[in-house]
Design a protein around this ligand. Sequence first.
Ligand code: ATP
Length: 348
Amino acid sequence: MANVDMIGIRKAFGASVALDDFTLNIASGELVCLLGPSGCGKTTALRILAGFEKADRGEVRVEGRDLANEPPEKRLFGMVFQDYSLFPNMTARQNIDFGLKVQKKSATERTSIIDRMIEVTALQEHADKFPHQMSGGQKQRVALARAIATSPRVLLLDEPLSALDAKVRETLRDEIRRLQLEIGVTTVFVTHDQHEALAIADRVGVMSNGRLEQLAPPRELYENPANAFVAGFIGTVNRLAAIGRSDGRWDILGRTVPGNRPAHEFITDVAAIRPEQLAIDPVTDGGASVVSVSFLGPITRVIIEDVQYGRVFADIISADASGLAPGQSVRVRLRDDVGEIVLIGEGE
Ligand code: ATP
């Protein structure tokens, strides 16, 4: 277990800046997901951490010690990649054994570790198979077992589930988290899948254009996004105008509520309102009409055209949405249980 610090990292490839003043502090035993759109610099951050790439500027520290002169193999990190990267001519057992041999562990110790790894990754029936005889999910279990067998100081996972189908992804995602908590290894998990990140991370780092936009626990990221990019990237969000009052509160969607920053009279800002924070009343003069109604199981997504706010997305508990139909005249309002709104605009 080790704490990891990336401090003021810059990395450019020619004219393309992959990381720009990138700082990330990870506590010992924590699982941090780096999340962001394609090309935002996630993999570059991971490769610099692993030592495969050298930063132009900045420092990487593990337990406070600068790793500048430590080659990848000396860092004692475990790595799992999207494409498994198993040795094709070795069985699952031999793949797991590889790093243990490099560490010059005794035969008895190696057997005991391999048996335990096979057990925790549920590979008992596949231990003597070669990679081409295994499914994608099984191969990724072997890669995971191989990575953690050596008791790495830090575990780095680069899109480890991207090549797998949805069901296997979900199961393996939960298994990775269970194992990570069990062995307590500090972990960085790169993904572009927000559901994956929100489901397993202690904290999620949202990146864009080589910068860390926000690093926060999943719930905080969702409920209190730091800016418009994070609000728009995580889940669905309505960007709706809020009008300031002299008492510091905001007028929005028929209610007067406090915000995450105080209002001034007559200023307008943009509030990030989640679809589930809205209610719909079927009235004849509500200034809005239903565009579409999509049943999604427990909730129903309703798209509304509002004369004041424009196109609005609302998620209604399906039991309450059965009477809604396209073309119907409605009023959209902020639900009564919304105590505070999040402002993400610049203010005017
Ligand atoms: P993805 O989700 O698509 O894998 P990413 O967030 O992991 O994207 P990176 O692979 O870190 O992004 O790339 C960040 C930027 O740096 C991109 O613009 C990419 O084109 C560029 N880049 C990365 N590696 C190299 C390289 N070896 N040579 C030139 N440019 C590179």
